[in-house]
Design a protein around this ligand. Structure first.
Ligand code: NAP
Length: 300
């Protein structure tokens, strides 16, 4: 299946990054954009990363071979309903939502008879909005595609080829498994960061100015994650509730193990644990998912 026209609905960090990457990597492909916010549409027109931007969702998708919904997870159903009357027969509808089972259900319900193939590029930053996007966001990152069992193979191949052309590596996965994997690798880390930063700012014995002043001790690395978009993350936790609660239960059990080791002075337990976690960091660097520069490459 050839993709000559892509429409992106939702022109924030991820949507605008896709548009920029298509312009840069696939110059023959036409990109149309739409966002529910007039202010975002205006910014996007000024930034110029789409060939056309429409005020109406159904008009935006009329010529599209591939439509990508890049809106918060809780807005997927509304965005899908808005494009439904304009979709051309055979067009592929995909998305970039950070949780997949509930989004897949919402899209299937809103778009009966259409080709729906959910996906999730595991790439992002703590910033949002159309000015935050950049064309190289997906370079070397994974995009997880979660087709239903009866999804047409040529459409899955076309979507896979599209993400590879944007610089991503593609894995195919069942939506429920995706949600468990991402609960561990993304959702729980965000929940922990949101907790730590919230807790530290409410301690009575240590002032907020001390927390900020001495943040280089480790705290500041959590603040990057805890600065992520509040609406997006509100929706992710509500949409991936079961997998997040299951992972959180395991985390609480492991935290209790470490708590006991500290209380009992179990040095061997602590050292074993921290040795194992250090090896995981090394594997991430070896597999090109982060830079080897010490302290995240900060200049000292
Ligand atoms: P973002 O920067 O906030 O952009 C989302 C845009 O969608 C906003 O401009 C929003 O407008 C617009 N929107 C909301 N409802 C809409 C609708 N019904 N129709 C059209 N536009 C609508 O968010 P993002 O970071 O790009 O995230 C978008 C999606 O990517 C989310 O599903 C998220 O889970 C996923 N994702 C994010 C990351 C990341 O690191 N940020 C990584 C991978 C995947 P308003 O602001 O006016 O509502």
């Amino acid at each position: 299946m050839a993709i000559g026209h892509v429409t992106i609905v939702g022109l924030g960090l991820i949507g605008s990054s896709i548009a920029r990457a298509v312009h840069e990597r696939m110059p023959d492909v036409t990109v149309t954009g739409h966002d529910v916010s007039a202010d975002v549409r205006e910014q996007a027109r000024r930034l110029g990363f789409c060939d056309a931007i429409t005020d109406d969702a159904a008009t935006a998708v009329a010529a599209a071979d591939l439509v990508i919904l890049a809106v918060p997870v809780g807005r997927m159903a509304a965005a899908a309903a808005a494009i439904a009357p304009g979709l051309k027969p055979g067009a592929i509808v995909s998305d970039v939502g950070s949780s997949k089972s509930s989004v897949a259900d919402a899209l299937a319900k809103a778009l009966p008879g259409h080709v729906v193939i959910p996906a999730h590029p595991v790439a992002g930053t703590e910033n949002s909005g159309p000015a935050a996007g950049f064309a190289t966001l997906f370079d070397g990152r994974w995009c997880i595609v979660t087709p239903a069992a009866d999804a047409p193979a040529d459409a899955v191949a076309a979507l896979t080829g599209f993400w590879e052309a944007l610089g991503a590596k593609v894995d195919l996965m069942d939506a429920a498994h995706h949600d468990m994997v991402l609960a561990v690798t993304s959702h729980l880390p965000h929940l922990i960061a949101y907790t730590i930063v919230g807790t530290a700012s409410e301690l009575e014995e240590v002032t907020e100015s001390e927390v900020i002043k001495y943040s280089a001790g480790g705290f500041r690395d959590f603040t990057r994650i805890a600065a992520s978009d509040p609406v997006m993350w509100r929706d992710v936790f509500l949409a991936n509730k079961d997998a997040v609660l299951e992972t959180l239960q395991r985390f609480n059990e492991d935290l209790t193990v470490l708590q006991q080791a500290i209380r009992r002075g179990d040095a061997a337990k602590l050292e074993d644990w921290f040795t194992r976690t250090r090896a995981i960091r090394r594997s991430i660097i070896e597999q090109g998912q982060d830079d080897a520069a010490p302290d995240f490459g900060r200049k000292h």
